[in-house]
Design a protein around this ligand. Structure first.
Ligand SMILES: NC(=O)C1=CN([C@@H]2O[C@H](COP(=O)(O)OP(=O)(O)OC[C@H]3O[C@@H](n4cnc5c(N)ncnc54)[C@H](O)[C@@H]3O)[C@@H](O)[C@H]2O)C=CC1
Ligand SMILES: CC(=O)C(=O)O
Ligand SMILES: [Mg+2]
Length: 467
């Protein structure tokens, strides 16, 4: 199994008489680094300047490499560049005009005075905004910075790299123009007011990394009050991909979903939506576990939605901590916090346990630890097999919703998206390390798009017939 890698560039000045490149390569590899590229930056008779691109698996390795290199003769470290920070330099996206402005004539067409005619036409019939503005292909990726990945609440400015990343993925995978917007407010009413005011510009709203329970009321209100689709990605995107992965994983272990005991750990935004989705897909025995243990009907909860959650789950009213209720479970789905599932817990599960440890960036259990005891393992990360991550869903689901100008993304569309993702892997291809297609599989977005459009048409929420 692969491990995540950090990549950095070392700029070295080498004295040609005394420095040995062989020694440098040995130092790098014995410290645990992979030398992946060498670029000559400058060369003269006495010295050479080279950029060495090095991949490492732990941050300490970088310090070890630089300390060891400093001991060698004839070598000066001129600069160290973290390639991840380099990739973020100046932000990750920008806006490009579609038409070049070369003359005053061009200018008067795209801007004043002629643009006024288009404004007037739209003013007379706002539907024309879909034809003559970016609205038709524009999605706002909106966060208040309260549940950013697994980092929790961070400053809205600090949430921007994630939202820019989502915007990149929208563009690359579904050619959607997505705009990262991080709000300097955590007040639900204020967020609702702001998002409602953004409606004229956008064809859809992707809410991202807004903590529970506020995410539920914000999404519910916006869904009622806006005529464009609103989708909280951490709830529904995650739930759709988790269901897709689970449908395929269950085929491998030959267990029907209705007979499985499923533990969902972390009853927040993702956990709540995953549970609802699994119930819709036919699951009968789901036990939700949060910090205090299993949720059950004999307790009254203050957290919004938890009493209703307890009523529709845990049919045998099991009580206790994760390590107790996990006994005989067929499936563990974690959307909670790092490292809270142990090998001992997995050993108590039923035969062929399925483990989805989806907390980001660090899962509930490391796949290499779970592997000897589990039939199927998935994480939310890009660097292990079986990436159950909402990136597999949001580009395709919005492509479908925008193309048929759906007024909402309803349960039927979500279920159709999950089945479309699952079905991109043929029965003969299914494997414990291949239950979910890669995000680079070019069939995924078109297949979700079509399934979503069909479901939107069938449920009467589409407004146009797409090409
Ligand atoms: N793989 C994927 O596509 C996605 C992964 N996630 C990850 O799932 C996690 C949760 O995300 P959200 O639902 O958005 O956050 P959230 O804050 O709404 O919910 C987290 C829940 O986990 C619970 N929790 C925390 N520590 C726990 C513990 N020790 N035992 C049991 N429950 C515990 C919290 O009380 C809360 O109810 C994060 O790590 C996030 O990165 C979220 C969305 C997508
Ligand atoms: C993947 C994602 O959206 C999250 O971890 O929050
Ligand atoms: Mg998220």
């Amino acid at each position: 199994m692969s491990k995540s890698s950090i990549s950095f560039i070392l700029r070295l000045k080498l004295d040609k008489k005394t420095a040995s490149f062989g020694q440098i390569a040995t130092v790098i590899s014995s410290a645990g680094g992979d030398l992946v590229a060498i670029d000559v930056i400058k060369e003269n008779r006495n010295s050479t300047i080279r950029d060495l691109s090095i991949n490492i698996h732990q941050e300490e390795v970088q310090n070890r490499i630089t300390a060891e290199l400093r001991k060698l003769t004839g070598i000066t470290i001129q600069q160290t560049t973290d390639r991840t920070f380099l990739a973020h330099s100046g932000g990750k996206i920008h806006i490009m005009p579609k038409i070049k402005i070369d003359s005053r004539d061009d200018m008067s067409r795209v801007y004043t005075p002629e643009v006024a005619r288009v404004c007037e036409a739209i003013d007379e019939n706002v539907e024309l905004a879909h034809d003559y503005t970016i609205k038709k292909n524009a999605v706002a990726v909106i966060s208040d910075g309260t549940a950013v990945l697994g980092l929790g609440k961070i400053k809205p400015e600090a949430a921007m790299p994630v939202m820019e990343g989502k915007a990149m993925l929208f563009k690359q995978f579904a050619d959607i123009d997505a705009y990262p917007i991080c709000l300097d407010t955590q007040d639900p009413e204020e967020i609702i007011t702001i998002v409602k005011a953004l409606q004229p510009t956008f064809g859809g709203i992707n809410l991202e990394d807004i903590a529970s329970p506020n995410c539920f009321s914000i999404e519910e209100r916006l869904n009622k009050e806006l005529v464009i689709p609103v989708f909280h990605d951490d709830q529904h995107g995650t739930a759709i991909v988790a269901l897709a992965g689970l449908l395929n994983a269950l085929k491998l272990v030959s267990k029907p979903i209705k007979d499985c005991k499923i533990i969902v750990c972390g009853i927040g935004a993702a956990g709540m939506a995953i549970t609802n989705m699994l119930l819709k897909a036919g699951a009968k025995t789901i036990i939700g576990v949060d910090v205090e243990g299993a949720l059950h009907c004999n307790q009254n909860y203050d957290r919004p939605g938890w009493n209703e959650f307890a009523q529709k789950t845990n049919p045998k009213q099991e009580k206790g901590k994760l390590c107790e209720v996990i006994k005989n479970a067929d499936v563990f789905i974690g959307v909670s916090a790092p490292g809270l599932l142990t090998k001992a817990d997995i050993k108590k599960m039923a035969k062929d346990p399925i483990i989805f440890a989806l907390a980001n960036p660090n899962p509930e259990i490391k796949p290499e630890e779970a592997k000897p005891y589990a039939a199927v393992i998935a994480t939310g990360r890009s660097d292990y097999p079986n990436q159950v991550n909402n990136v597999l869903c949001f580009p395709g689901i919005f492509r479908g919703a925008l193309d048929c100008r759906a007024t909402e993304i309803n349960d039927e569309m979500k279920l159709a998206a999950a089945k479309a993702i699952a079905s991109t892997i043929g029965e003969e291809e299914l494997d414990a390390e291949y239950i979910i297609p890669s995000v680079f599989n070019k069939e995924v977005v078109p297949s979700i798009r079509q399934a979503v459009i069909d479901a939107a048409v069938n449920t009467g929420v589409s407004q146009i017939e797409p090409e």
